[in-house]
Design a protein around this ligand. Sequence first.
Ligand SMILES: Cc1ncc(COP(=O)(O)O)c(C=O)c1O
Length: 377
Amino acid sequence: MAVPATATDRTILAPDATIETPALIVSEEILHRNIAEMASFARSHDVNLRPHMKTHKTPQIARLQLQAGAIGITCAKVGEAEVMIDQAGVEDVLLAYPTVGESKFRRILALLDRARVVVGVDSIEATEALGRLATQQDRTVDVFIEVDTGHHRSGVPAGEPAVAFAQQVARQRGLRLCGVFTHEGQANSAPADEIEGIALAAGRAMVETAEAIRNRGIELETVSVGSTPAALYTPTVPGITEMRPGTYVFNDNSAFRFGRLGVGDCAARFAATVVSRTSASHCIVDTGSKSLAMDPSKAHPGHGYIVGHPDATIVKLSEEHGEVQIPDGEAGFAIGDRLEIIPNHICPTVNLMDEMFLVRDGHVVDSWKIAARGKVR
Ligand SMILES: Cc1ncc(COP(=O)(O)O)c(C=O)c1O
């Protein structure tokens, strides 16, 4: 862990702030700084920013990202796009996910009256089905091909397979192939000192693939990459035109591992209360698996990082109980103590909550509905 968490790390809530727990709290100051810094990075590298909204799922935050200069928003699911277009006024959405199914394609086509929606494709089946429906409705849908640059999740392998697929997509009536995108998510699990090399290799693979597609006479405007750990590297490869980081808006306990982020960069936390105590070294907080997502973190053991208590470990979660272990000899927590927990993986954690509470100068000043939570279709 290159940026160690310390006992002096600051909580965002003042000791006298009142809030019922468990509650997802967001520091306005850190949120605004994270948004501004990524926007400034994109501008200085002459790359368009299209943040992934999966992390916040909240119209107010999408609007902040657009005001800071984002050209549009990335979503995975059609339901997320519906919320972003109808409630945040987003005019340009990329669905960076392999959407399949006629009813979803119909919903996408309906959205085109209100916004540009670019659809990611990685199969001929989805390409043909979307193209057929668009042609029937006398529409043309912009599509990007998803390219696999090493994450090996979805996407067509970079190089010749992507070029061959691009030629098939370009022939499909009803569609306009205008970009390629990748999620270089292999950087997420790599050792910190390997992230830059992995990101640059992914960026070069994208640019070479895009060039090879253009050499077959297909005009591609966009070469899009997206990952928070790789965000400072992949977009620097000449020829990359767009970046889509998502987690950067909040950051989390897993982000400490990358070496450039610390507790002060984590905008979203859980306010939790100690509700039971069996000994000085063992207590229960009111954040269980219905508050904190279960993902592990390679940065810190357990189910989250307790701000200011780097040696305390949330050893186990049941639905409404978080079991905290404190090393022998250290002062334990008392019933009623309020703690701030940085989740291991903020994105699925946000999806568990109805609202987030905005904190300014140590106190809650607003609450925002997480309008796209649960929008998984
Ligand atoms: C397709 C796609 N683009 C962009 C991102 C953003 O990556 P990160 O969460 O590392 O910022 C993700 C994350 O899962 C993704 O799946």
